[in-house]
Design a protein around this ligand. Structure first.
Ligand code: UDP
Length: 329
């Protein structure tokens, strides 16, 4: 059985939907930002917090867990600057509780959700895993600290892990049944689509004076199902004993500017956006684009969905969700 911590969140719930096709899955989530209705019905769901040692002990004592996938974290860059305590407590402190209970119960396989924010301000056009890690926010720092901890635990306690540095996760499940559902929503693609779906008045571009071709920030958008599939490949590799420890970028290798994203959303939906230019957002590097060559070479993973497919799937999810009459702002 695979334990998915944070499996009710955006990326975790998409992973679970794929993983249940291959493995028995138990999801734990404190539902602070996740949604139980996003958890596939074929997975066992237990509400609880990874910082709660006795809760975790009960789970590990009750289920035959052979690996942990760990998505349970706070992930708002801006919030982490204002409330670093929350980020170090939840993302580092609670992860240590999870790690210690894993080791106590002899569970040695971990897949960890890390982030491109570990790199800080890029010094290269395309970022590979050898790029310096100098995070500029407590969020990025908290993820890098866990990567450092699990590397030490791997050496000392035979922990085997894969850590994924996600670039910009986006899109929704092909079924349209689950997708991105943050409150508040801060991510560009869902914000643009909410606007085009008529539930948000306008889109603000955060700065158009960056050193990029059109002046707006460039990001590498990667479909959430491509991310899910990378996790499954990594899990298989860990369980087969082929891989002991690895850190991989997950991105498409292509950068799209904020303006290009807005234009592509307009083109694909046939709706015109009302756009204004706002001031720069704190902690936003001009350009973040991944090289994912390492995972391609080592695990044979390549992203299968391009930016159009990302936006079309996210739009389908927004239409479905809007039809349910629920608020998505
Ligand atoms: N962005 C924007 N307007 C918005 C939301 C985001 O201009 O309403 C920009 C943001 O400044 C960044 C890019 O879009 O340059 C992607 O931001 P997002 O929050 O989606 O992801 P991040 O790169 O911060 O993880």
């Amino acid at each position: 059985m695979i334990l998915v911590a944070g499996g009710a969140g955006y990326i975790g719930s998409h992973l679970v939907k794929e993983l249940v096709k291959k493995e028995k899955v138990i999801v734990i989530d404190n539902l602070s930002t996740g949604h139980q209705k996003m958890v596939d019905e074929n997975a066992v769901f237990v509400k609880g917090d990874i910082g709660d040692k006795s809760f975790l002990e009960e789970i590990f004592a009750s289920f035959p867990i052979k690996a942990v996938m760990h998505f349970a974290a706070n992930s708002l860059v801006g919030e982490s600057v204002l409330h670093p305590k929350k980020y170090y407590e939840n993302n580092v402190g609670s992860t240590m509780t999870l790690l210690h209970v894993m080791l106590k119960y002899g569970v040695k396989h971990l897949i960890f959700s890390s982030t491109a924010a570990t790199y800080g301000i890029p010094t290269a056009g395309i970022i590979d895993e050898t790029h310096p890690t100098l995070p500029i926010t407590p969020y990025g720092q908290s993820k890098l600290m866990v990567e450092q901890i699990i590397q030490d635990y791997a050496k000392a306690y035979d922990l085997r892990f894969v850590s994924f540095r996600y670039f910009n996760a986006a899109g929704a499940h092909d079924s349209g049944e689950i997708g991105e559902l943050h409150s508040p929503e801060t991510h560009l693609i869902p914000i643009v689509l909410q606007h085009l779906a008529g539930v948000r008045k306008k889109v603000s571009i955060f700065g158009d004076d960056y050193d990029t071709p059109d002046g707006t920030c460039m990001r590498d958008y990667i479909h959430v199902t491509d991310i899910a599939n990378a996790h499954i490949l990594a899990l298989e590799s860990l369980l087969e004993g082929n891989r002991a420890t690895a850190i991989y970028n997950l991105g498409n290798g292509q950068g799209y500017s904020v303006k290009e994203i807005i234009e592509t959303c307009e083109r694909l939906t046939g709706v015109k956006a009302n756009v204004d230019v706002f001031e720069r957002r704190n902690g936003d590097p001009a350009r973040l684009v991944a090289s994912s060559k390492k995972i391609e070479q080592e695990l044979g993973w390549v992203p299968k969905r391009n930016i159009e497919q990302i936006i079309v799937s996210a739009w389908k999810w927004h239409q479905h969700h809007k039809s349910l009459g629920t608020t998505i702002l």
